[in-house]
Design a protein around this ligand. Structure first.
Ligand code: URA
Length: 199
């Protein structure tokens, strides 16, 4: 474990107390799960109640939608790595603050660099805007490619709506699945997919 509480072998945060409100609201730190060298790294916002209880990202209702979507495009949860921009559950399921996102930024960057995926997929507005450092119209841009730099390395990013959005608005389901399909196509083609590369 380094001085930031980061364990580079396990790709996890062992200890962090930078966000007092989150230290109070969390039961545990929820790190990324899945292969340490995955082609696809899916990144959400922050753990909810069930993730906090289980210690794994996307295990609640959003996780069921995510699993279904992955299955529809020929992938299984175990094929991909899944993580969040913030690793501790915010109180009352509020959005993480800019400060909390900033406090956790180094961890997600280290995870991206360690996993070295062919493609990062952002799930929802918060991770898209945080990692791309710009405003993002998620529904309009779903399936589009952009890029980020983590730990000095460039990675392609595909924007996707949050799985929970499909629960509130079933018309988002197709947008969600099409974006995942593009992501699967991108990694299946070794990054040589026919759609516009970022850039
Ligand atoms: N929503 C997220 O953004 N992340 C989770 O882990 C669960 C729900």
């Amino acid at each position: 474990m380094d001085e930031d509480g980061w364990n580079s072998e396990q790709i996890c945060v062992e200890d962090c107390t930078r966000c007092p409100a989150l230290v109070d609201s969390r039961s545990r730190i929820v790190d990324g799960t899945g292969p340490t060298a995955a082609d696809l790294l899916l990144i959400g916002e922050a753990p909810g109640a069930q993730e906090d209880e289980n210690g794994e990202p996307f295990v609640g209702r959003s996780g069921d939608v995510l699993d279904d979507g992955l299955r529809e495009v020929g992938l299984a949860r175990g094929d991909v790595r899944i993580s969040n921009c913030v690793r501790c559950r915010p109180p009352d399921n509020r959005d993480p603050t800019t400060e909390e996102l900033g406090n956790c930024r180094g961890y997600i960057e280290r995870e991206i660099a360690a996993v070295d995926p062919e493609l990062v997929v952002t799930l929802g507005k918060v991770p898209a805007e945080h990692l791309l450092d710009r405003s993002v119209a998620v529904t309009a841009e779903a399936g589009d490619l952009d890029g980020l730099t983590a730990d000095g390395h460039s990675f392609p990013v595909l924007v996707c709506v949050h799985p929970a959005a499909t629960l509130y608005d079933p018309s988002q389901r197709e947008t969600f699945t099409s974006a995942l399909e593009r992501a699967a196509e991108y990694v299946g083609s070794g990054g040589q997919s026919t759609f516009d590369s970022f850039g």
